[in-house]
Design a protein around this ligand. Sequence first.
Ligand code: ADP
Length: 502
Amino acid sequence: MTPTGRDAALAEDALNRSGLSTFICGDEEELRREIAKGAGCVLIAEEALPHDRAVAWDDLIGPEPAWSKLPIVMLLARGHSQKELKSLRTIEKRPNIGFIERPARKRSLISALKNAIESRHLQYAIRDALDALQTANRRKDEFLAVLAHELRNPLAVICAAIHIKRRRSADGDDDMLSAIERQTQQLTRIIDELLDVSRITRGKIELQTERLDLVSLVREVFEDGADRLRAGKLRRHLSAPSTQLFIDGDPVRLRRVFANILNNAAKYTPDTGAVDVTVTKEGESAVVVVKDTGVGIPPDMLTRVFDIFTQVDRNLGRAQGGIGVGLSLARGLVTLHGGAIEARSGGADKGSEFIVRLPLSEAPVAANVEPAHDTRERRASHTKVLVVDDDLLVGKLTGELIASFGMEVQVVAGGAEALEVIPKFQPRIVFVDLGMPGIDGYETVRRIRQLPGGDSLFIAALSGWGQAEDFERSAEAGFDRHFVKPIKISELENLFASEPLT
Ligand code: ADP
């Protein structure tokens, strides 16, 4: 770009002859357009720079992505006054800019431009490498989400089988069963954490926020919610204010945050040590500090422990039954709550301290009234339940699980069968698996709704998929509720709580 275009035409001729292809820009707008199309470098005459304002390269050549610093070769005006030198000093601060005195020698011009283009090629290589990394990272996230989802199905079967066995077993204290139950809960928790981490990284998590008292929540987790802490022999102490500290938070997610931190304290502290938890109010924040006397964290790892799959000592971390997800999830969730989490430690064997800050909210105006129920849910007052699942074993176990609540259950293997059975069996509640061959769950619910009385049936989707868009899709199709496999015993209890059990 030159002011008159005459110099540009001369340069073009020389450059074309040496194999470089060129485009002459008449004004700034054209310059930006050509850059956006993918120019390799810019050759600009000093006089073509705007005189009325200081040069902001962003204005002149447009914003650039992180990998890009478009090479610029500037032909200096002949003879400089002091003032122009000053403005040149500002201009040369930009990286990747080269100056050529005039009259310019053809050879130096061409070699400067060839170097500039070479440096642009290197930038492209960096761009491609970044793209490849991002793609690989996205694939990893997708893989984790699919893996976690696929692992849920076998877990659903195991959970249901344990529950039924326990109800049938005369001996309530079956050690083997308790061991299987504990390990299954542990597996379910790891899978849920993996799913949540992958949702956070993809920005697809939705918090179920409510106004809650953080003091009670932390006390609950301290006393009951952190298995390792409860099971260990550590000395432990909780100090909390006698008043309530209200925050807006997702209780399930926050319990997980504190359970992870407390379980870590128990994991990485020998039995002779201690764990101290304090909850305080600091200005506009509620602050929870979990301090242990354990193995400590080296200074260079204090921020890195929050990165996914990072463990200070892999052998120790794995031996303690961890995969390095807990703190990454904790940080993601605390950040989503508008808070912050931080680790402190004096170093190896000096103990660690985890500090969580969450923004305080006003106390709620009135105490919560009874939770609202869906009208259809309340209407569901019969005890006949139909289960539709193409996986025979899953269907059978889900059926037995529901029957263990005193329900009369029938199980069918597909949508077509369900449509035949409903008018005869007349269930009040129907559980439908979503992914089925033939008529899938969505189509099944649509057709059930068209049956006489189908509109007042309570129909729940039962699926391994549990992301926000899955809930939306099932609600749109006509489901009253969407349960994620493995359905929790407590969810069934809540659902049947309003049912007269026969
Ligand atoms: P993990 O499943 O390995 O426990 P986390 O994400 O919960 O994964 O923690 C990451 C790492 O941070 C752990 O492997 C451990 O090295 C370190 N860490 C976490 N909490 C503590 C603690 N209280 N004391 C010492 N090290 C800890």
